[in-house]
Design a protein around this ligand. Structure first.
Ligand code: SAM
Length: 479
């Protein structure tokens, strides 16, 4: 049974809580919350902001779902598998956790909450709360209402003007042993590209950008709290501010934002994800030559090497244009680490189309590629296209492309052996806490024998060997 004091609940909430079936006991501590996140870095960032907002309102964060008073699943809809995982998880929570602790509050947030809304409660009656992608900042209020017994079930998937500027709180420990030295900043919400395979414009809404001043203020605060590297986040970051901020001296709003963030004293590195190839105008390529904090790393989703498929996908570029962007970037920064997303088995993909993707992967020599088997999404044009590719063919193409990508990447990692590289030390390795982990400017993980005192340092290491998408280093002896 949850217990809260009169001091920790607003008066009105306390009054209702006293009569609520959920809180028949005298309340003495604030509820604890556990958020499980599915999907992309934007989802991770949304969860972090919600957690920070809840903490600011007096809620605590539970270390595990077993001890939490509230369990929220922040969901992803990009592929069916991600949705099924979250639904399966909620079914388990309802069957296992609810059985022993009937007062636990269960909720869905994010993309699947947005696209399915009330249906989720109809399907899973144990769910108390469904919060859409423009309502993350309302989570604490809704939980207060549920705990106060004011409302039983809440579904809110409405649009909300200005919601793009509400994801700005961070959970950063001030403790030197687990202090974050990297931070993620959400610069915009939504997407206007309407790729025929993609559900994002329907779950995240139209593109809405924050102001440059608001973003810089958030970045500056992170740097004051010890952050050395900032990653700017958006569904298509390169479309940032297109509608609201005019091009100035030939520079897009996004490049103007990069310049403003680059100015922040104490910030060492700037990254961004994910861009769209159409955003790589000469102004952005030039920015790599002018802004030293902008690291040599780009995750540029290509999706396919076939012009025919790129057109069917509504991507807005050709294979040739993509290759010319890579060439320009490498001419400005030869070390550039380039990764991508590729979809295999898009409707109508023939063996010839797929071979064009294989040849593009060879030509670019990606440092890594995230390969997705096409998953039909509700209400997207591609789901209705003829010639859907059978699952075994998707699996087979996935395996072939993965083998190629892995072998090219292994060669690119091997090229680092014997070289000295700059890393930002992030903390102990997640898989072996006896080792420290840092990241190269080209976004490669480096493990080395070091200690906590290196956390947050930019240092040079000599690469001695490679593992799977990992480099092993020795702190370099400096002259
Ligand atoms: N900004 C990115 C872009 O340029 O398209 C989109 C990011 S999306 C959330 C992440 C990746 O998921 C996409 O790049 C795409 O490869 C993959 N994806 C999106 N919809 C998909 C679908 N229906 N089936 C399989 N993969 C999909």
């Amino acid at each position: 049974m949850l217990r809260c004091t009169r001091e920790t609940l607003p008066d009105s909430a306390f009054a209702s809580a006293a009569s609520s079936t959920r809180f028949v006991a005298i309340l003495s501590i604030m509820p604890s919350v556990f958020i499980k996140t599915y999907g992309c870095q934007m989802n991770e960032r949304d969860s972090e902001a919600v957690a920070a907002q809840l903490v600011a309102k007096g809620y605590t964060l539970a270390a595990t779902e077993a001890t939490a008073d509230v369990i929220l699943l922040n969901t992803c809809s990009v592929r069916d598998m991600a949705e099924q995982k979250a639904i399966g998880k909620m079914q388990n929570l309802a069957a296992e956790v609810r059985k022993n602790r009937p007062d636990v509050v269960l909720g869905f947030m994010g993309c699947m909450a947005q696209s399915r809304g009330q249906q989720l409660i109809d399907k899973l009656p144990d769910v108390d709360l469904v919060i859409g992608t423009q309502k993350f900042h309302r989570t604490a209020d809704y939980l207060d209402d549920i705990f106060a017994g004011k409302r039983d079930k809440i579904v809110d998937t409405a649009e909300e003007q200005g919601s793009e500027a509400t994801i700005k709180e961070h959970i950063l420990s001030g403790n030197s042993t687990d202090k974050s030295v990297t931070g993620f900043v959400s610069i915009m919400q939504g997407c206007n590209q309407y790729c025929t395979f993609c559900i994002v414009p329907y779950t995240r809404g139209e593109e809405r950008s924050r102001s440059i001043a608001g973003i810089v203020e958030e970045c500056r605060e992170l740097v004051q709290r010890g952050v050395k590297e900032i990653t700017l986040l958006g569904q298509i970051v390169t479309s940032y501010g297109k509608r609201d901020i005019p091009v100035k001296d030939g520079k897009s709003a996004f490049v103007q934002l990069l310049e403003a963030v680059h100015e922040i004293d104490g910030l060492e590195r700037v990254r961004f994800t994910s861009p769209h190839p159409k955003g790589y105008g000469d102004d952005l390529v030039d920015a790599y030559g002018r802004l030293p904090k902008l690291v040599e790393s780009a995750h540029i989703p290509v999706q396919s090497g076939s012009d025919r498929l790129l057109k069917l996908m509504h991507r807005g570029y050709t294979r040739e244009r993509f290759l010319s962007i890579i060439k320009k970037l490498r001419s400005v920064r030869p070390e550039m680490g380039i990764t991508t997303d590729i979809i295999v088995g898009f409707p109508g993909e023939t063996e010839t189309d797929f071979e064009e993707t294989l040849s593009l992967a060879r030509e670019v020599a990606f440092d890594n590629a995230y390969i997705f088997k096409y998953s039909p999404r509700k209400d997207t044009p591609a789901a209705e296209m003829p010639d859907q590719v059978p699952q075994p063919e998707k699996e087979e193409r996935n395996a072939r492309l993965l083998e190629l990508v892995n072998s090219i990447a292994a060669g690119r990692y091997e090229n680092y052996v014997g070289r000295q590289v700059e890393i930002l030390v992030e903390g102990p390795s997640k898989t072996n806490s006896a080792r420290m982990m840092g990241r190269t400017r080209t976004n490669k993980i480096v493990l080395f024998d070091g200690s906590q005192r290196h956390r947050g340092e930019i240092m040079d290491v000599k690469i001695t060997r490679t593992g799977s998408f990992t480099l092993y280093g020795d702190p370099a002896i400096l002259m």
